[in-house]
Design a binder for this molecule. Structure first.
Ligand code: S3P
Length: 438
């Protein structure tokens, strides 16, 4: 089936009510397979995200000889082969739409004795990879890309990496994680400094597997020569998937929902902070720590939102949530201004342009800028928008229907399966009037 043929149709109005659990955290799910594979012993994972992106990572490690068993929903058993136990795959490793798989694997595979080729779909093949290949080459990795610096990545094995310090020009957890994973195989110490804090799941999980990670101020470092010891992982629900319902319940009058077991790692909670600055009513219930990651149940009731200037320091902490935050801004009173978010232009789609096009098609005054957007809150109309194959855009416009004057039809929605295959059923359960045609 061609992805462009999947359409969502969402009837206007209504509100969200009830309880539910969104899909498992994508970032943590990728890392659980990667680190479980190179650990010694058997790692049990629950709450794992059964979605295309995480499955791309899983298939890549299976292709490199790791035995991974799938149990009940969200359950994995990973039979770790140790840091030096991966085997040459028989063919290319196809990673679909998943930037996290490609960027993190490029670091891990640069340190192996065998060659690998990493490929992806049309969107992933357009995304910038120099941000990882340049520092990896400085560490001694041998990687070929296209002239544009994009995938396929052809990684030559058998080259000893050397640890180094890298001052990251972009705030990117993928770049940081890539280099830390390469650092497990590099001589001496590998360290990075980030221009702003980004999600720290790699650091937390390495420590959970008993591997020492040092943090001095904004410098994070690892040394080679250690080992990872298998452990149990409980993956929290993904705050990036919860975000659609945080916004939906906020904008739809009469809503009252509770989302269970959501990861609230402080490097991910920018969406809650931004929505609260806009006036949202979000309560964190029963906060607890599960396997080194903070988790809570989130209760959200509708509230009158107001436009704000989004503080730039929150941008890396909410980087995946801007598509749906733009919908919140469209429903808020007054103007919302986002700056400092040029990274949005190189995500699964150009999220600034694609969201602006869709909002304008629905009658909202949304002006894209090179590094953000200026949105005047207004009345959402109805019509047809194109997600350009970007999962988070398809889900964001679905949520927008709660405040639209008529039906919203969304094209090219198959990629919702990359991060949140249960979106439509959960959205229906909570009260969204959504249907799918293929
Ligand atoms: C991710 C990091 C983020 C995010 C992506 C997942 C990760 O990318 O957008 O969806 O798991 O490390 P950047 O670190 O490149 O911003």
């Amino acid at each position: 089936m061609h992805s462009k043929q999947v359409q969502f149709h969402v009837q206007p109005g209504g509100c969200l009510k009830g309880e539910g659990r969104v899909a498992g955290d994508k970032s943590i799910s990728h890392r659980s397979v990667m680190l479980g594979s190179i650990a010694e012993g058997v790692t049990h994972v629950k709450g794992w995200l059964e979605a295309e992106d995480a499955l791309s990572t899983l298939a890549a490690f299976q292709a490199m000889g790791v035995k991974i068993e799938r149990g009940g929903p969200g359950e994995l058993t990973v039979h770790g082969v140790g840091l030096h136990g991966l085997k040459a795959p028989a063919g290319e490793l196809y990673l679909g739409n998943s930037g996290t798989s490609m960027r993190l694997l490029s670091g891990l595979l640069s340190g192996q004795p065998f060659d690998t080729v990493l490929t992806g779909d049309e969107s992933l093949s357009r995304r910038p990879m120099k941000r990882v290949t340049a520092p990896l080459r400085d560490m001694g990795a041998v990687i070929e890309t296209t002239e544009a610096g994009t995938a396929p990545l052809r990684i030559k094995g058998g080259h000893q990496l050397k640890g180094m310090h890298y001052d990251m020009p972009v705030a990117s957890a993928q770049v940081k994680s890539c280099l830390l994973l390469a650092g497990l195989y590099a001589e001496g110490e590998t360290s990075v400094t980030e221009p702003a804090p980004t999600r720290d799941h790699t650091e937390r999980m390495l420590q959970g597997f008993g591997y020492e990670v040092r943090r001095d101020g904004d410098k994070i470092s690892v040394r080679s020569g250690g080992k990872l010891t298998a452990c149990d992982i409980d993956v929290p629900a993904d705050i990036s998937s919860a975000a659609f319902f945080l916004v939906g319940a906020s904008i739809a009058e009469g809503s009252d929902i509770t989302l269970q077991h959501v990861g609230i790692n402080p490097t991910r909670t920018g969406v809650i902070d931004i929505l609260k600055l806009m006036g949202a009513d979000i309560e964190l219930l029963n906060p607890r720590t599960v396997g080194g990651e903070p988790v809570a149940d989130l209760r959200v009731r509708s509230a009158k939102l107001k436009g704000i200037a989004i503080p730039e320091e929150l941008v890396p902490l909410a980087i995946d949530e801007f598509p749906v935050l733009f919908v919140a801004a469209a429903c808020a009173e007054g103007q919302t201004v986002l700056t400092g978010a040029e990274e949005l232009r190189v995500k699964e789609s150009d999220r600034i342009q694609v969201m602006a096009d869709g909002l304008v098609a629905l009658g909202i005054d949304a002006k894209p800028t090179p590094d953000g957007m200026v949105i005047q809150g207004g009345r959402l109309g109805s019509g047809r928008v194109n997600s350009r194959g970007d999962h988070r855009i398809a889900m964001s416009f679905s949520i927008a229907a709660l405040r639209a004057s008529g039906t919203i039809d969304i094209d090219d929605c198959a990629n919702v399966n990359t991060s949140f295959p249960t979106f439509v059923s959960l959205a229906k359960n909570l009260g969204l009037n959504i249907s799918v045609t293929e």
